[in-house]
Design a protein around this ligand. Sequence first.
Ligand code: ADP
Ligand code: MG
Length: 260
Amino acid sequence: MCKVIAIANQKGGVAKTTTTVNLGVGLARRGKRVLLIDGDAQGSLTASLGFSEPDTMECTVATILGKIINEEEITPLEGVIRHEEGIRLLPGNIELSGVEATLVNVMSREFILREYVESMRPHFDYILIDCQPSLGMVTINALVAADSVLIPVQAHFLSAKGLEQLIKTIRKIKKQLNPLLTIEGILMTMVNGRTVFSREIIQLLKDGYGNAVGFFESSIPESVKAAECSALGQSIFRHDPKGKVAAAYESLTKEVLAHE
Ligand code: ADP
Ligand code: MG
């Protein structure tokens, strides 16, 4: 059984990419076969894993989606690369924005990524899709391909309105395109527990959404160690294994595994 989780929030800078890397490596450390898909034209997941020039990569999500649109054959694990921390990656780059534009005129345009993901299920236990900060066609494709959505939310510069819109979109997709889609949970990220402000925001969110969607018990503390990882192409488990962010992502990993 393979579980496909989209990491989504149309707001940028809420730690979607950081969470994709560290949850992915966390799951791999527990013996799971993990594929990460870079669904962002910025290629930040690809770059965060040490492939520093995503735009020069030959086979990416864009290539694969293009092939599916053109009904071309894809060889098994085509374009999938290995990262030394035990995970696999289908990279993404700027070409994805071209595909995003093309998709608008394609038949069954919401189901293109799903076709790829379905073909990958037998090879993996978890597939995590790092979404871009928009609710455009590629993100919709990710939500249609996924079994669940994990929503990182930054405790500081929170836009509750944005979250409302995301949850509305998820409901709509569930109703019209992917009836089995669930919300894996809301994950508070970059939490600075010392400030009353961030605690208040968490409480506000729980009051506002707590009944509609689940919150993870784990939250991710703010730490410069987490921010350093992407430049090193490493997960927090390698960069600062004894630190609080590694402990937090370890605890998130356990929660996700408990949902199995
Ligand atoms: P998104 O993918 O949602 O745009 P990122 O994962 O790229 O967000 O994170 C945004 C920025 O915040 C990055 O510079 C990242 O290194 C930094 N960051 C992520 N998690 C933390 C954390 N726990 N503490 C401090 N900085 C973080
Ligand atoms: Mg990102």
